[in-house]
Ligand binder design. Sequence first.
Ligand SMILES: *Cc1c(COP(=O)(O)O)cnc(C)c1O
Length: 382
Amino acid sequence: MTKKVEFFKHNLKQSDIFKINKVIKSNILTTGKCADSVQKLLSSFFNVKYSLLTNSWTNGAVATLLAMGIKKNDEIIIPAMTFIACANVIELLSAKPILVDVDEKTLMISEEQILKKINKKTKAIMIVNLYGNMIDIKKLTNAIKRKTKNKIFIIEDAAHSFESKLHGHNVGRFSDVTIFSFYATKNITTAEGGAIITNNAGLYKKLLMTISHGISKNFTKRFYNKNYNHYQMNILGTKANMPDVLASLIPDQLKKVYYLRDKREEIYNYYKKKLKNSSINFPEFTKGCSPGYHLFPIFVNPKIRDKILFFLNKNLIGCTVNYTSVTKFNYYRKKYKFNSNQFKNSENWGSGTLSLPFYPRINREEQDYVIKKVLEGLKKYE
Ligand SMILES: *Cc1c(COP(=O)(O)O)cnc(C)c1O
């Protein structure tokens, strides 16, 4: 086989153009009826009261932090093993990301570490459902309540876990607010996009403003009602709403999420079966978790990680690193001067991990080729 094995292939079809066409014909391109109806679908999918579509996870998170009233020097606890966006959104509000190490096996934020870092300034904790895994948020919430009477928001970063369940419950069940990404390589995609779900009426009321410049009338109400509506602005907002043009791509994908999740599970298990008799390590899932499966990360000796990565690239296999520990990026390293001893698991995983091509459309021949080349690379460099 000589053809390139892409790192990712989306599941949109040429016929999806008809969905976009319908929006174009309606003359309302931005957030309107289509987004409204998709939000209703999401609320019923997750069995929550409120859903809001956003134009990215990042902007949705900024809107969320603004809605929570996060201010300068407020502290938000996040795992060091995550995508930098999680820390960036906190920095953008001049608040302080409090990075903590992750569990050695699951790479999920550690409850023990969280409890150590909670103090009077702690306003929120961001749980990142890395690779589609989840943690027991109910247990965590009870432990936090024993430690402090202060309200601490629990935010779930569900960019990897749209389809995940823990003990039969979807994401969003036990957190204050859950944020999704529909970025180009995510399981559901609108090229750029995301969503926020919550059961908190107060937060939702504020989110309606913070996703829209902080103003009180949304887009369709301002422009398309018969009579012009004056608006007020009382709290600071960003611009995070998703246009109907993109929202139109979601309903069809929603119908297939569990079908595609099961396909990814099959692909996941095949990789694992074929690679498990090597020196490679894999992340473990929490007991009771039915993962949504996003990404296929492996862990090799950090000394040869880049050699393997570039060997696979040379053999036309798309690979990435998900992720380098946030503590290793210059901006954060210089600003916070971390003590590496406190981030051993995150930094070690980040220096030895690489992600293999992983998506429902990868075929057996391509997967076998990737497996063959990974094992060849290990033999060559170990
Ligand atoms: C993709 C991703 C984000 C950022 O999503 P955008 O929609 O690109 O802003 C945040 N967190 C995690 C874990 C991600 O994988």
